[in-house]
Design a protein around this ligand. Structure first.
Ligand SMILES: [Fe+2]
Length: 194
């Protein structure tokens, strides 16, 4: 009968998972590696800095949408519950696009909640539940900040020749945020005019 037991003389040590030691950071936040994109390091650094600010705001807005999706109440519960989640998904896509652009420019994307909280310019909401019109107004304000910052950063990137960053900011970030502001703002029109 054939021997069906293990063959060869390899040691089990070769298959043993080994935990890596912590401590070595390949690239610090704020440092840039040179990518061969035909853009100067200074142009990349400026775009990375601006994009990280917009990324922190976008991640905060994304999370604000989920908070409001969970905590919505009142007669507009169902439509806002659904709308908030739709916008959450669209903001999540923007987060990924912005973060990956930062990496491809040679930078490091802000990622973790504590770091995002330090960097964002969007006001921290209360932990508790707010009324629907207050939720909507808070979201509109957050969008407006992102729109202002994105238009400024897009123009600077364009002037510096970084048309890829300009395109991301104008075609994706600005266009998406503008449309979402419209969908939100129409909820702030009173039902009955006195
Ligand atoms: Fe849900």
């Amino acid at each position: 009968m054939a021997n069906r037991t293990a063959t060869g003389n390899g040691s089990v040590k070769q298959a043993q998972p080994v935990m890596a030691e912590e401590g070595k950071v390949l690239q610090s936040y704020g440092q840039l590696v040179t990518m061969h994109l035909g853009l100067s390091k200074e142009v990349c650094a400026n775009s990375v800095k601006a994009l990280n600010g917009i990324l922190a705001d976008t991640m905060t807005l994304r999370d604000l949408y989920k908070k409001h999706h969970w905590q919505i109440s009142g007669p507009t519960f169902y439509q806002l519950h659904l709308l908030y989640d739709k916008h959450f998904e669209e903001q999540s896509e923007l987060v990924d696009e912005i973060a990956e652009r930062i990496q491809l420019l040679g930078g490091i994307s802000v990622a973790m909640a504590a770091d995002v909280a330090e960097l964002t310019g969007i006001e921290r909401p209360p932990q508790g539940r707010e009324e629907a019109p207050v939720q909507v107004s808070r979201l509109v304000k957050a969008h407006e900040r992102i729109l202002i910052e994105s238009r400024k950063a897009g123009e600077k990137a364009d002037d510096a020749g970084d048309c890829g960053t300009n395109d991301l900011l104008v075609s994706s970030v600005v266009r998406t945020n503008e449309l979402q502001v419209w969908f939100l703002s129409e909820h702030l029109v009173p039902l009955v005019h006195q």
